[in-house]
Design a protein around this ligand. Sequence first.
Ligand code: CTP
Length: 399
Amino acid sequence: MLKGKRILIGVTGGIAAYKIPYLVRLFKKEGAEVKVVATPYALKFVTPLTLSVVSENPVLTEFFDSKDGTWNSHVELGLWADVIIIAPLTANTMAKMVTGITDNLLLATVLSARCDVFTVPAMDMDMYKHKVTTQNVKKLKELGYKVIEPASGELASGLNGIGRMQEPEIIFEKVKRHLLSKNDFAGKKVLVTAGPTHEPIDPVRFIGNNSSGLMGIEIAKAFADRGAEVDLVLGPTHLTVEHPEINVHKVNTADEMFKECDKIKDKYDIAVLSAAVADFTPKKKAGSKIKKEEGIDSLELESTKDILAHLGKNKKENQFLTGFALETDNELENAKSKLKRKNLDLIVLNSLKDKGAGFGVNTNVVTFIDKNGNIDKFPVMPKSEVASNLVNKIKNLIQ
Ligand code: CTP
């Protein structure tokens, strides 16, 4: 998704430098090209070998290579980058940046750059709260640098407070969003449901399904990457979601998912309900563990509330509602009838018969059916691509 994008990561001498190889990996995994420029002190905290292996580029520190005397041109580096990220940014480098000092390759590169520069300050709490740092952060912003403010938490000094470098995932998502910066969903509120639900039989047993939630998580990310504010109502899954624009509401049961969605039902512009919600739940949930000797002769079930139908019933004129249909027989007909019955604008059909579709795989095979009767059938593709196609389809339909 970031294929062809060139990211220059500047590392300065803070303890959080040990997290930078992971940040590099996140960009590489998305197909970006990454180069690292480090200050000499940064290399006390992270080895150049690690950084060069993960970035697949030599790590640059000095204006001149000490072995063969090659000149590392800061001007070329500055012009090469589509974006520069300085993480962690120490108080020292920050102070130099706001005064234009260029006593190392990184500072000279930043001064030569024409692209956007993200800075990620990280330092001890008292240093960060110091008046001079507050002024320097303000100056950074005035000079047009983007600042990813530090988080609060445990610091290397043993103190607890503001100063921790934001996690690589957060930095990555912010920069990625900026790079993609189509932002064509800015100002839109999107509701997504994802994952399975667990319907308890007793405190240790439940009725569930094999959904991982990956499809819905990719949909939430695809909208958030394009500027939307996303509420993701997520059933129990081992997957985690780290995205500054995704508000995750964790739930376990169909009833909890219903209640969360009901709270949001009047606020969304676009909803995509991809969760594999249990259709039935045990009528009685035992308060304590059912002992084996007691046995269970039968389990009486009752229907759960249909969240999608509920949102369809309460849909306002300017709201756009998307459902999923997982079918095994008469796929197209069943999906079309679901679209009508639940008052949807679009339905995503995935058939369990298709190889590479459904639960537990990273790919999916889908057909979009919109309320005007248009049918778009896609071949097998990664769920992230399905998500991106779905967002494009919705974009066309709401225009
Ligand atoms: N869905 C929901 N709430 C439920 C059950 C399903 O919101 N209690 C949503 C799913 O998230 C999906 C859509 O309904 O978007 C279709 O789910 P599916 O299980 O395929 O269809 P059902 O309506 O349950 O009908 P059937 O089982 O008869 O196919």
